[in-house]
Design a protein around this ligand. Structure first.
Ligand SMILES: [Fe+2]
Length: 477
């Protein structure tokens, strides 16, 4: 019997499968097609539970390397045989275990190998400490260099079929595989299981990761016994920041992102009812949840009067005042990132700057194709904001990569005045910001268009559109 024969036969027996499992020369996937409970109670070491349905055909099969050898296992060969024929017709080198699992005359192992981890759960785990988790991003290097989960390692899927690479992976960490939608990462889990490494795939992939929200109390109104309370809500995969401002049982939300229900939950947990929802500007990097949140919360929707929206809302202009419980917000027109950007000054103490002024940079003026004109506006806006009181706390709509956001993202007017880019003359400033060429957010034109429209958007469409990093800032230096 030659290894050539083993690799190309449609049906193989227990001895041949055992030889294949011991051989490290062929990338091998052993799929057990039996019910999950049967697999969990006893399966062949190195095999993974798999369902061969239409979904798998569309999403998983295209990601399996064509040079991989696949062996299918079922109870008696009656399911795995025809499935192997079908997979061979798609060009896969597939065999089945003749006579099924009943003929396996070697050791069995127990348990499941095909686990996926929900994005929210991974986030909780990482929040408690990253040292025990290794995130392996199985996309190609060019995809990985574009954006990634902080601290993740790139091992393209095909490399996980290479024992020389797999043996170098640490065995003392929990491995989580990541890809755009959870398909390649599931194949990666299979490939690792083949090498005796138990891993989990990120369910829904980076698209799901992009939708995880975490919250941080910036100002606890209850502890201070005075209004307002401020909760910073962060879309962890994108670095978008939004805010719930509460006072006397009422709350106002600034720049909400999807999923909108999270704000209702967070407000309810603090005994607050959302009565007003507003955006600082027409966003380009994420789909605004303002109108959806206003709808589900039965709240008033307030948008900039300087921007075009095709839906009804109360329009805000420079100097307008909005009350929330015992607190008050004053709108300040701060163009430069968009023509209609508003910043909101709460009780003359907290300034919600949207994408104009960040804790580590300033907004970019080039996402509406009028960079020169917007850069001049941006300069004027900066002069206006920097002339506010030094102690005012700046709460922006984004944060950059690699910052520790766990304790909340903020700065002060006093600190912002020290940004080197804000020391420049108008001429130097305009020259610098118009010559800073940055990649644009993915799908930004489509997102801007959707943010103008009245209709609702499907949740899957939102996570796909938002896949990628936020790119609204120019560094402070
Ligand atoms: Fe923006």
């Amino acid at each position: 019997m030659t290894s050539e024969l083993q690799v190309n036969k449609t049906s193989i027996d227990s001895n041949e499968l055992s030889n294949l499992l011991q051989s490290r020369t062929v990338p091998l996937l052993v799929f057990d097609l039996r019910p999950k409970e049967d697999f969990a109670s006893a399966h062949i070491d190195g095999s993974v539970h798999a369902v061969c349905d239409a979904h798998a055909k569309e999403t998983i099969m295209p990601k399996i390397p064509k040079d991989a050898k696949i062996v299918l296992v079922c109870d008696d060969g009656s399911v795995s045989g025809p499935t192997a024929e079908m997979m061979r017709s798609y060009g896969f080198n597939t065999s089945f275990l003749q006579g099924g699992i009943k003929t396996w005359n070697r050791n069995f192992v127990r348990g499941n190998t095909d686990s996926m981890i929900p994005a929210e759960e991974l986030w909780q785990q990482l929040s408690q400490g990253r040292e025990n988790v290794l995130i392996i991003d199985v996309r190609e290097p060019d995809e990985f260099s574009d954006f990634r989960i902080d601290g993740s390692t790139n091992v393209p899927l095909a490399d996980l079929f290479n024992p020389a690479i797999v043996t170098r992976l640490p065995r003392d960490k929990e491995i989580v595989t990541v890809c755009p939608h959870g398909n390649r990462s599931m194949v990666a889990v299979f490939a690792l299981a083949r090498n005796g490494i138990k891993a989990k795939g990120l369910y829904g992939g980076l698209a799901a990761w992009g939708q995880v929200l975490s919250s941080k109390v910036i100002r606890d109104g209850k502890e201070a016994a005075t209004s307002p309370e401020i909760i910073q809500v962060r879309k962890v995969g994108k670095g978008c920041l939004s805010y719930i401002i509460g006072s006397k049982g009422e709350s106002l939300v600034i720049d909400p992102v999807y999923p909108a229900e999270k704000y209702v939950e967070l407000a309810r947990d603090r005994g607050l009812q959302i009565t007003k929802v507003m955006d600082t500007h027409q966003h380009a990097d994420h789909v605004s949840a303002a109108k959806e949140l206003a709808r589900i919360a039965g709240a008033e929707l307030l948008m900039s009067s300087y921007e075009q929206y095709d839906f009804d809302s109360k329009r805000l202009a420079d100097g307008d005042r909005i009350s929330i419980g015992q607190s008050e917000i004053r709108a300040i027109h701060t163009p430069g990132h968009t023509a209609g950007s508003l910043s909101y000054l709460l009780d003359e103490k907290y300034l919600f700057t949207g994408d104009i002024l960040f804790a580590d940079g300033i907004g970019r003026p080039d996402l509406r194709d009028k960079a020169q004109e917007f850069a001049v506006d941006l300069y004027d806006t900066m002069q206006r904001l920097l002339s506010l009181h030094s102690n005012i706390v700046i709460l922006p709509a984004h944060h950059g990569e690699g910052v520790d956001a766990a304790s909340g993202i903020s700065t002060t007017i006093e600190n912002a005045r020290k940004y080197p880019i804000l020391q420049l003359s108008e001429k130097e400033f305009v020259h610098k910001v118009t010559r800073t060429v940055l990649p644009r957010p993915m799908n930004y034109e489509k997102i801007i268009h959707l943010n103008k429209l009245a209709g609702q958007i499907g949740k899957n469409d939102i996570s796909d559109l938002e896949l990628g990093p936020n790119r609204c800032a120019i560094s402070a230096s």
